[in-house]
Design a protein around this ligand. Sequence first.
Ligand code: PDD
Length: 285
Amino acid sequence: MSRTVYLDGDFIAEEDAKVSVFDRGFLFADAIYEVTSVLEGKLIDFPQHLKRLHRSLSELNMQEACNDKKLLEIHRKLVKANDLQEGIVYMQITRGVADRSFFYPDSETKPTLFLFTQKMNLIEAPSAKNGIKIILIEDKRWGRCDIKTTQLLFASMSKMEAKDKGVDDAWLVSDGKINEGTSNNAYIVTHDDVIVTRDISNKILSGITRIAVLKCAEKLNLTIEERPFSIEEAKNAKEAFVTSASTFVTPVIEIDAKLIGTGKPGEVSQKLREIYLQEARKVAI
Ligand code: PDD
């Protein structure tokens, strides 16, 4: 069955959605995106996703495609049109269509705005129950990982390397320190129940789920350290987990074939997932 997608003002069948071959999103990955999770037909953490979208646009000197009220309306209409109860809404804005040039075209160029929904079992995902295994890979992405661009080839290559090695995902490492996962933020829980995750910089994306989960950790009176952590700390941690809009909190049970803790999803990770989901449902719109 065909989905309804949104492209530049129209809600249309996915097979009818066409973008120019001269779109800068296609030629230069000159585009940014957001992924918002949907539970019970409602958008999770939506205002925060918009806030990050504005930051990405501003860092790249890109125009707003439309105002926030309209973006919310489009998201809601699309969720309804596709009867989406659980899954994600993907939104992409490109700089628009222009003759190929490394220089940005003038500000008159109209941005391309594209959205689609994807049904997913977010709550009952097997990875949430069983945990995931990861490998460590040298981070070879560009130096502006704080901007959520569609330039995702290294993340894709890393996920393929993980798959080829029989595991689920990879954490990206610079100078012996963990940056983040290929498409998620990375955390460890020390034997004193301290949560450690890399501080915000241009080495990582400031995850919307990260912000919410750290608030949940505060509620649970857990100590949080936002700082780089080493490969050794990661491998010897009591627990490890990742967060993102499509995985919420997902336990990591193995790093480079070394079992983490008991090799089963840890208590802190599971508790954080539970509390996060409670809070997320409260703010869903
Ligand atoms: N990825 N770091 C990276 C590199 C990411 O791609 C993502 C999200 C995150 C977590 O951000 P958030 O909590 O806002 O989802 C961190 C999305 C889900 C994706 O590309 O599909």
